[in-house]
Design a protein around this ligand. Structure first.
Ligand code: MG
Length: 261
């Protein structure tokens, strides 16, 4: 019994959701459809010039939006993650490109994703991540993105986050499953070579982040954002709730006395 207790009281890693947990989207006011048009235009031009001429840009965009909605809608019940690259390929094929001629990685490279204007790092994030790193605690990112992680890495690097997460950055598109499915949490634990009870998860979405983490055996800390107050149903009870990541070290002090070096 003593061994078990000691094991459960050791903190080895803190895993974070990305959007609205590390990145602050509250001031982002982009007209998304107009903004996205530039990325889709690049993909459309690339396909027309280098693969196969497509008759109608608007038909490609409409098909892209339809498949995107369909992918996320299915994901809400199946937890199977949509994948931006595959959606682009499917939209092109539905718009006239020959089947099997397009590579989703190439389409995404052409798409040319970067940090979205108005999205910022929460100001307290670097200090908290530095404290965890200096205390020997591993950290990871687990995001429900439909972009492969190498695309989100472009943003993370622009926000100065990449240096804090050398080992574990997991996107749903890469794993194939969305939070709250346990597979995506297990993927992170495997990368860091830790057991669920050795990690806590911090995220802003009660279902995806908290219920998902808890079902996978991790403690779940709800990060309550001003922009999105959580709808707690009573069925999902976070192990702790914080308004800012500044409060995280204090929670860890209560659960894992002596975790700080
Ligand atoms: Mg989030």
């Amino acid at each position: 019994m003593t061994d078990t207790l000691e094991t459960t009281q050791t903190l080895k890693a803190v895993l974070f959701d990305l959007d609205d947990t590390l990145l602050d989207w509250s001031d982002e006011q982009t007209d998304w459809l107009a903004y996205e048009q530039q990325f889709l235009q690049r993909v459309f031009d690339y396909i027309c010039q280098e693969v196969h001429p497509l008759p109608d840009m608007q038909a490609f965009i409409d098909e892209f939006h339809r498949l995107t909605r369909e992918g996320w809608s299915a994901g809400r019940s199946t937890f199977i993650a949509p994948h931006l690259g595959r959606i682009l390929v499917q939209a092109a094929e539905a718009s006239g490109a020959p089947t099997g001629c397009l590579d989703d990685r190439r389409c995404l490279e052409v798409y040319g994703w970067k940090a979205v204007p108005g999205c910022r790092l929460f100001p307290e994030v670097p200090a908290v991540l530095s404290l965890l790193r200096d205390s020997g605690i591993k950290v990871g990112i687990v995001t429900n993105a439909y972009q492969p992680m190498w695309m989100r890495d472009v943003e993370i690097e622009q926000h100065g986050l990449l240096e804090y997460f050398p080992d574990c950055r997991i996107s749903a598109a890469d794993v194939g499953y969305l939070k709250p499915h346990p597979a995506i949490f297990r993927a992170a634990l495997k990368v860091l070579d830790i057991q669920p009870e050795e990690a806590v998860f911090v995220g802003d979405n009660p279902t995806a982040d908290i219920a998902g983490a808890q079902a996978a055996g991790l403690r779940g800390i709800l990060r309550v954002t001003q922009s999105m107050q959580p709808m707690l149903s009573g069925l999902i009870v976070p192990d702790a709730a914080i308004n800012s990541l500044e409060e995280l070290p204090r929670i860890l002090d209560e659960w894992y006395p002596g975790w700080r070096v």
